[in-house]
Design a protein around this ligand. Structure first.
Ligand code: T4K
Length: 374
């Protein structure tokens, strides 16, 4: 690839010699998948690192969403957000359920809890919020609503690796939470993901479901799927876990530089919480993305013009999450998908650019990006 291009992200890669030495062990053992020793070790180390009790590894971040809905036997309608990656809503559709969209809170990009109750019908069985860009949802309010109406809550926490509020992992909220370990994420296993549950019995059920439903050699307890992480990626994941903290520290420094340089530029804004994350002992944030919003009138250029200008200069920001999921043809007819129901989400999708954000960005890279915006 052209060395002059600055991409929105760059994967955290383990040291190649260390990876080779773990590969040698796999070659010696001749055990390459199906709950091998690196798989077991990674599940344990991730649960410890993240501060959760029960975690099951998956081959990506989409299958744990599908499996969570299966395991909780969700039917009918699921209330969700249009401001996310399509995988969130696809998981609902693949379970033959109907997504119902509610608008987001303009201060965070997360589902607005105050809009949930109006979207509940006799067919509603679950809520699937997303901690978008890693910012925790209002989990307390969402749980109150879920408890009042007897609904399950499954968090798509694909962006929330390592995020803690008051020392507690956000992954403990709701009935289940899912993670993505895709190459583009803060922490990656190339492709990968996880499902976080509350008790040992449920973890056993999840482990059965991700292995075709096999409970033992001869018993299939449910129509499961195959979503087992192999030994190579588990070993890779163990090595990346050792360096993820320093990667997050590097991201934080990039975020601060962007913020300081752009905070007074007319027509450019960030979520108000961003500033608070820099000196907030109560929120351990992960800087997984760097969403920036463009007010065309004040800035003198539309979001798409700025996006094109950056692209021309080989700086590849991304418009995550534009278009809204509710605008895709599959979902356009769904309840709540109408533009008039989602003013905040549309405003966000129409004005966002995620700036390049990763652990390898140099000062020179960041200055090159800033020169295009200021
Ligand atoms: N829920 C949410 C809220 C999610 O955001 C996602 C995934 C999921 C669920 C599902 O999780 P997974 O099943 O994917 O584990 C990316 C990712 O593929 C996707 O994982 C992610 N969200 C989504 C937000 O973004 P693309 O299509 O934008 O990626 P791509 O290939 O254009 O890569 C972006 C940039 O990253 C490239 O321009 C350069 C860099 N890159 C990428 C790859 C793959 C590298 O430098 N090296 C690489 O190997 O979707």
């Amino acid at each position: 690839m052209d060395k002059n291009i600055i991409t929105v992200t760059s994967p955290l890669l383990p040291d190649l010699d260390e990876f080779h030495s773990l590969l040698q062990q796999i070659w010696d053992n001749k055990w390459i998948t199906n709950n091998g020793s690196f798989h077991k070790q990674l599940e344990q180390e991730l649960a410890d690192y993240l501060g959760v009790s029960y975690l099951s590894l998956f081959t990506n971040g989409t299958l744990p969403l599908l499996t969570a809905l299966q395991a909780l036997r969700i039917t009918g309608e699921v209330i969700t957000t249009p401001y996310s990656f399509v995988a969130t809503t696809h998981s609902i559709w693949w379970n033959s359920c109907k997504p119902v969209f509610v608008d987001v809170d303009p201060a965070t990009g997360n589902m607005d809890p105050e809009k949930i109750e109006a979207a509940i019908s006799p067919k509603t069985t679950a809520i699937m919020p997303v901690h978008v860009y890693g910012k925790p949802c209002d989990t307390k309010r969402i749980q109150e609503i879920a408890d009042t109406y007897g609904l399950k809550v499954i968090y798509d926490a694909a962006h929330a690796f390592g995020v803690k509020e008051n020392g507690v992992s956000v992954l403990n909220a709701g009935d289940m939470s899912t993670l993505s370990f895709h190459a583009t994420k803060v922490y990656n296993t190339i492709e990968g993901g996880a499902l976080i549950v509350k008790d040992a019995e449920t973890k056993k059920r999840i482990d059965d479901l991700k292995n075709f439903g096999f409970h033992n050699e001869t018993t299939v307890v449910a129509p499961g799927i195959n979503s087992k992480m192999d030994e190579m990626r588990s070993a890779y994941g163990l090595l990346n876990l050792k360096q993820v903290d320093s990667a997050i520290t590097a991201r934080k420094s990039v975020a601060k530089t962007y913020y300081e340089a752009l905070k007074d530029v007319k027509g450019i804004s960030f979520y108000p919480y961003l500033k608070e994350t820099f000196n907030n002992d109560n929120l351990h944030y992960n800087y997984s993305y760097m969403p920036m919003f463009v007010n065309a009138e004040e800035y003198g250029m539309t979001r798409d013009e700025l996006y094109a200008k950056m692209k021309e200069a080989k700086v590849l920001g991304r418009r995550y999450f534009y278009p809204l999921i509710s605008e895709f043809s599959t979902y356009k007819g769904c309840q709540g998908a109408d533009r008039s129901n989602l003013p905040n989400a549309h405003k966000m999708a129409d004005s966002v650019i995620c700036l390049p954000m990763h652990h390898l960005l140099s000062d020179a890279d960041v200055n090159r990006i800033l020169d295009l915006i200021v």
